[in-house]
Design a protein around this ligand. Structure first.
Ligand SMILES: Cc1cc2nc3c(=O)[nH]c(=O)nc-3n(C[C@H](O)[C@H](O)[C@H](O)COP(=O)(O)OP(=O)(O)OC[C@H]3O[C@@H](n4cnc5c(N)ncnc54)[C@H](O)[C@@H]3O)c2cc1C
Length: 424
């Protein structure tokens, strides 16, 4: 005979960034909260994040940060980011004894540079507010029974709760414990899922000339992703790196969800190496350097531009895309060659064929369709008492603390909604 289920006021599945934050807010607001975590420690991904430094949020304001989630995502996070701004996330960590500091590319890190401080603060705050956490007790089944939620765990426990928060994350970096367990539960409840795909992940290219650029990084460029009709899907002005498998670095990783979703489609990454200069300015610079004494070679002439000299191998690739030899003298360029060179510098086409996959993806794009969720409370519209927060939602932004910002902001809303419904 099956054991009688234990009863619990609020159950949170997953002691990651979102689950711990939500548990703290709900417990502080008077709810009796139990968090069930699958692995033997809390916040495994927090510990691994930001190169173990943990980029907790962004220096951007709420509206600007929201825009980075695309039109649909922006509408969804608007209330949450206003309610818990990036500055408020930073302030909350300060009150938990974790001072923070700004870093380039709009990032915020703990001043200690230690992700463990962030994880310890989240866990300490949740426990301090009264939430209990069971480790090594992952959920294996989630069902609705009457007006309660019933959760069975791998350890053989069974829980019956009035309110259930799903914070089990996505399926990226599965070795951390996030193996996409939530999707099957949501599907079984008849809820709409957007197919999960790996995101914030390096891209692969089968072009040998791309592999030959391995090790080269370009800091000041802009990558844009185009479909076969030349339509720009998205652009990011961030560093880009060439690897033995293709392209990496924030610019290409930020665009990777399009590639993962369009696998097989004819997508092209174009790199603008001089985004601060328009075509006319580049042409003028080339014409001006043609007039310099000593007939400078192309590569040297480009070295006078504000970004500094291009690494030789990269320059060879750009010249080759313009059907030029890189040792040609600038004053030997005719109008047509100059035009071709400027086009290659403003949009070198880099063929991309896919991503390096789930094992190296920082996040999951896709998940529970946003239309299923109330953006002011994270309550699932068709399932009373059910809340979904964090990466399990169909919500993804670029690198730069935006994923944690979304996890914390959605968790804060769910925690507040639970607190507002606390029995008096
Ligand atoms: C290498 C790496 C670096 C990153 N760096 C950054 C960064 O610097 N800044 C940033 O903003 N984002 C970063 N991210 C992304 C960020 O870590 C996630 O977006 C964020 O952790 C999502 O929070 P979450 O609470 O939704 O999910 P998670 O933090 O993944 O937490 C989910 C939790 O649920 C648990 N769980 C899973 N299944 C079950 C189950 N069946 N029952 C119970 N528990 C379960 C998991 O073990 C985990 O503890 C990084 C990700 C990776 C992989």
């Amino acid at each position: 005979m099956e054991a009688e289920a234990n009863t619990q006021d609020v159950l949170v599945l997953g002691a990651g960034a979102a689950g711990l934050w939500c548990a703290e807010v709900a417990a502080r607001g008077g709810r009796d909260v139990l968090v069930l975590e699958k692995v033997s420690r809390t916040g495994t991904k927090v510990l691994a994040s930001g190169g173990t430094r943990c980029n907790i949020t962004t220096t951007l304001g709420a509206a600007e940060a929201g825009r980075l989630f695309g039109p649909k995502g922006e509408r969804f996070v608007r209330a949450g980011f206003r309610n818990l701004t990036p500055a408020a996330v930073r302030a909350r960590f300060e009150t938990w004894g974790v001072p923070t500091e700004e870093a380039p590319l709009e990032k915020i890190f703990p001043s200690s540079g230690n992700a463990k401080d962030v994880r310890d603060a989240l866990e300490g705050a949740a426990r301090g507010a009264g939430a209990r956490i069971h480790l090594d007790d992952g959920a294996v089944a989630v069902e609705r029974e009457g007006d309660a939620w019933v959760v069975r765990t791998a350890a053989g426990n069974s829980w019956r709760a009035r309110a259930l928060v799903l914070a089990v994350g996505g399926k990226s970096y599965p070795k951390t414990g996030t193996t996409g367990d939530g999707y099957a539960w949501l599907e079984a409840l008849g809820l709409e899922l957007v197919e999960p795909v790996p995101a914030l992940v390096p891209l692969t290219s089968e072009a040998p000339w791309v592999h030959e650029l391995t090790g080269i990084a370009w800091q000041g460029g802009e990558a844009r992703l185009e479909d076969d009709g030349g339509r720009v899907l998205e652009r990011r002005r961030r560093p880009i790196m060439f690897t033995h498998r293709g392209v990496s670095g924030p610019a290409s990783m930020d665009l990777s969800h399009h590639v993962a979703r369009g696998a097989g489609a004819d997508l092209r990454l174009r790199v603008d190496f001089f985004p601060a200069l328009d075509r006319e300015a580049l042409r003028a610079a080339l014409v001006a350097s043609a007039g310099l004494p000593g007939a400078p070679r192309l590569q040297r002439a480009l070295g006078t531009l504000e970004t500094g000299p291009m690494p030789r191998r990269l320059f060879d690739a750009v010249a080759s895309a313009a059907s030029l030899r890189s040792d040609v003298a600038v004053n030997g360029l005719d109008r047509k060659s100059r035009h071709a060179l400027v086009e290659a510098m403003k949009g070198l086409p880099v063929p991309v064929h896919g991503t390096v996959g789930w094992d190296h993806a920082e996040v999951t794009a896709g998940g529970l369709a946003l239309r299923e969720v109330n953006p002011r409370s994270m309550a699932v519209n068709r399932c009373p008492g059910l809340f979904v927060i964090g990466e399990l939602l169909d919500l993804n932004g670029p690198i730069g603390g935006l994923s944690f910002q979304a996890a914390f902001a959605t968790a804060q809303l769910a925690g507040e909604a639970l607190a507002a419904a606390a029995p008096s």
